[in-house]
Design a binder for this molecule. Structure first.
Ligand code: SAM
Length: 284
């Protein structure tokens, strides 16, 4: 399969709750950079190495895909799956720019991996899914599909949320907390689960994967710190969507924007970011 021709199966017309426009694509690029140290650490725990066959499940515009492909090297291969044609186009631009020849793009639904990728069943060394399982209506189907693709001893590395709605500003601001509740409600309304990691140990066991590592990245942001840009860009991308979806009123959006601007100017504020969990499962 050429990296220029994405395979198309699944439900390409679907759009995930955060959207797939240019603003969201750019936000995912910044997000990758702010979280890439954690990603690389997790990949090392999952024993990534040259020559491996790797699947990036829900790859988005492919910032992690590129890193994975550079580690897999010319003797390895990364199969990058996403349901967004625009994100896969952005990935293709990046692949061409880097002159990489070991990336396959596959357009389709990650809830149907064995049907999408029948030619690599039982052959995959490493599957990676970051911030994808929390958005899909049937995460069990993704886990089952990954388990079918892995070879014995292959690993599934996940970075995702549990207790997402614990995200808070300190001192607390009600207009901020209101929007956090609305985000959780918006994701759940589309079949997502901001507590998804709580279900993963049981699902891994059910599909023959032993949990080898479970950890959490709990970060704190202060105004002016680099990681403050992470929530800041997320609000710009997603809070207008919350209003469009009817999850918050115009007044609640304005109150949130005021609260965030005040917090951003307060040197004594800090923010507890949503905890990002690391899970590595190994297939028996
Ligand atoms: C928050 S982004 C994360 C992207 C990437 N994993 C990263 O860490 O930068 C979620 C991605 O999951 C994709 N996605 C959501 N549901 C999907 C599904 N059912 N099948 C394939 N991709 C899906 C979206 O299109 C989006 O690219």
């Amino acid at each position: 399969m050429s990296s220029k021709t994405p395979v198309q199966r699944g439900r390409p017309e679907a759009e995930y709750v955060l959207g797939t426009d240019q603003t969201e694509s750019d936000r995912l690029g910044l997000q990758h950079r702010l979280w890439s140290a954690s990603a690389h650490l997790l990949w090392e725990r999952a024993r990534i190495g040259p020559g491996q066959l790797i699947v990036d499940v829900g790859c988005g515009p492919g910032h992690a895909t590129i890193d994975l492909a550079e580690i897999a090297g010319p003797g390895g291969r990364v199969v990058a799956v996403d349901e967004s044609p625009l994100f896969l186009k952005h990935l293709n631009d990046r692949v061409q720019g880097r002159h990489l020849s070991n990336v396959d793009r596959v357009l389709g639904d990650a809830q149907h991996l064995p049907e999408l990728l029948p030619y690599i069943q039982g052959a995959v060394d490493l599957a990676y899914a970051r911030w994808v399982l929390c958005f899909v209506p049937d995460p069990e189907a993704v886990v089952a599909g990954v388990a079918a693709l892995l070879k014995p001893g292959g690993r599934f590395a996940v970075q995702d949320y549990f207790n997402y709605e614990s995200m808070s500003l300190a001192p607390r601001r009600e207009a901020f907390s209101r929007v956090i509740r609305a985000i959780g409600s918006s994701w759940r309304g589309r079949g997502g689960d901001p507590d998804i990691v709580s279900r993963l140990p049981g699902l891994f066991r059910k599909y023959g994967m032993e949990v080898e590592h479970l950890g959490v990245n709990q970060r704190i942001a202060t105004p002016g710190s680099t990681i403050w840009h992470w929530p800041d860009t997320f609000w710009k991308s997603f809070v207008p969507r919350l209003e469009e979806q009817g999850q918050i009123t115009k007044e609640e959006r304005s109150a949130f924007e005021r609260a965030w601007a005040e917090a951003s100017a307060d040197p004594d504020t800090f923010m507890q970011l949503p905890p990002v969990y690391d899970v590595v499962g190994v297939k028996a």
